[in-house]
Design a protein around this ligand. Structure first.
Ligand code: SF4
Length: 109
């Protein structure tokens, strides 16, 4: 199960995210290319959420990717309060990387 506290800092803010369990298998990018893309932080590449779904059809595409991920690296927040609770428990390890680039989102604070 994906953990919000382990999400990559370069996910777009919102309900869906990819965490550091990602093995860069490409399946989510093939399943829902409008919402997932490859990113590079550090030495390895991984997937991130590049756009959050809005319509029911878009949500279904992200759900298909979430279900298909072989390592359960795709997660979603059930409600806004969940993200605040989880983010206050543990800061993501990649926050330092984001800070180095001056791109820490207020969503992650
Ligand atoms: S399907 Fe899962 S493991 Fe594969 S690239 Fe997407 S998030 Fe990473």
């Amino acid at each position: 199960m994906a953990k919000f506290s382990r999400r990559f800092i370069d996910n777009i803010d919102g309900r869906y995210y990819v965490d550091e369990a990602c093995i860069d298998c490409d399946l989510c990018r093939q399943t829902a290319p409008d919402f997932f893309k490859r990113s590079h932080i550090g030495a390895a590449s991984h997937s991130i959420v590049q756009r959050q779904p809005v319509t029911a059809q878009e949500v279904a595409a992200c759900e298909d990717a979430l279900q298909a991920c072989p390592v359960n690296a795709i997660g979603k927040c059930e409600q806004a309060s969940e993200t605040r609770t989880e983010s206050s428990e543990e800061k993501p390890e990649h926050a330092a990387i984001g800070a180095a680039f001056g791109s820490v989102s207020p969503f992650l604070v």
